[in-house]
Design a protein around this ligand. Structure first.
Ligand code: COA
Length: 402
């Protein structure tokens, strides 16, 4: 039987999430309240269902937000809840969903799509490139001293989640605007995803706590975290689990991490999804004790290469001609200058669209891609010139999995 892809509406939105829900452990229909963090922020018309007859066997969705790229925010599709039931795997259902989704994103005029991949082997074939890396830390508090005294004269305040929206949004928006990889959060997003704490999502840990650091009443940093209490053999085995810590200045970032590292009774502090250039690496005295472990970050797909190149800023003067290969979205299979125009001029570099996605946020250099055989230099010195142009001040950072 063939599979048909349709936009899910009404109750079918939740049904279209059941295939991915299966892999989170749901055996049948989903409990609506457990998926509210997704359904309440999935824009209408952006959930796709794959139907075999009347039965939904696959689904895929896209959030709509502004993603910060070098140069500022651009509209992007935040791809999510991609799933196909195990009864229908490897028959091309996801491929059909990706086809319909990328065509729809292209029609909406969003220049790029971004996602977190469950496995590294899935999305390259659809033109997504790994665009950032992340760092996890697991720090024993006994070895968490800073190398230099903290210079900070603000106040820390515990804030109930239902009063946290204002200060958190104020800090987050300032940082998101200048950090590639961060995306805009609506008030609904904050309320549905960050400022809620249902018991079933604590997995035995403490309640979600929120601390805001202020200077003269102005919020400069915040931390969302759980204190996971525990004692073993008479000594503390507690863990402060950091959900998200953001500072709007170097001093505020140092201060909010000092706060987290100093919560008494805790033996360790754990955090994940940190950017690779996180200041902690230079703040602490004993770097190996951070247990800094690198993992994969977000994947970026340039859906409209011309529009994406035009929206990006470049760190140097000059231009390049890129010969872009794109087998899945043939409208991108062309030569481009950095202002986004198509050209017939001879190319300086040849690369596939996924490699361009990897370089786009600044998470990988063009030189790295060339050394991995993912970029071919056609004009002498073009890789070096590309690196001067694509260079960014900051490593990309996406602090939340969606
Ligand atoms: C991943 C998943 C959506 C794939 O769905 P599917 O319908 O079986 O995929 P398709 O049959 O359309 O496969 C399309 C291509 O992707 C490949 N592929 C699919 N899943 C893959 C995986 N996990 N790893 C590597 N390749 C994969 C297929 O081999 C096929 O390759 P080809 O067309 O180039 O030969 C499905 O297995 C699933 O729901 N997995 C669990 C949930 C999940 O990981 N979702 C993604 C969240 S980011």
């Amino acid at each position: 039987m063939t599979v048909e892809i349709r936009v899910a509406e009404g109750d079918d939105v939740l049904r279209a999430l059941a295939p991915i829900g299966h892999y989170f452990g749901s055996a049948g229909p989903l409990a609506a309240e457990r998926w509210q963090n997704v359904t309440s922020v999935l824009p209408e018309g952006r959930t796709l269902a794959a139907l075999e007859g009347d039965v939904i066997v696959g689904g895929a969705g896209a959030f709509g937000f502004d993603l910060t790229i070098p140069g500022g925010p651009v509209p992007a599709a935040g791809v999510t809840v991609v799933g196909v039931l195990p009864t229908h795997r490897r028959r091309g259902v996801m491929r059909e969903l990706m086809r319909a989704q990328l065509d729809a994103v292209h029609e909406r005029g969003e220049p790029l799509a971004v996602l977190w991949a469950s496995e590294g082997g899935i999305y390259g074939r659809f033109g997504y490139g790994l665009a950032s890396l992340t760092g996890d830390v697991d720090i024993q508090r006994a070895h968490a001293a800073y190398a230099r005294p903290l210079e900070w004269s603000g106040e820390a305040r515990l804030v109930p989640l239902d009063e946290a929206l204002g200060p958190l949004q104020a800090v987050y928006d300032r940082v998101a605007a200048e950090t590639p990889g961060m995306f805009s959060r609506s008030r609904e997003w904050w309320r549905a995803r960050l400022l809620v704490d249902p018991e079933w999502r604590r997995f035995g840990g403490g309640e979600k706590a929120c601390t805001v650091l202020e200077v003269d009443g102005r919020p400069e940093a915040y931390a969302l975290y759980r204190v996971n209490f525990g004692f073993e053999d008479g000594v503390s085995a507690g863990v402060t689990h950091v959900i998200e810590a953001v500072g709007a200045s170097p001093a505020a970032t140092a201060a909010v991490w000092r706060f987290l590292l100093d919560v008494d009774w805790m033996d360790r502090v754990k955090a994940s999804l940190l950017p690779l250039d996180h200041p902690l690496l230079l703040l602490v005295e004993d770097v190996p004790r951070l247990g800094f472990r690198v993992g994969d970050g977000v994947w970026v797909r340039l859906v409209d290469v011309g529009a994406a190149l035009a929206a990006r800023s470049y760190a140097a003067e000059g231009d390049l001609v890129l010969a872009v290969g794109d087998g899945f979205c043939p409208w991108n299979d062309a030569r481009f200058t950095l202002d986004g125009s198509k050209t017939t001029a001879p190319a300086d570099l040849r690369l596939d669209v996924d490699a361009l996605g990897s370089a786009f946020l600044g998470g990988f250099t063009v030189g790295q891609l060339a050394r991995a055989g993912r970029v071919k230099e056609l004009t002498a010195g073009a890789v070096e010139r590309a690196d001067a142009l694509f260079r960014t001040e900051r490593a990309p950072w996406t602090p939340e999995i969606f």
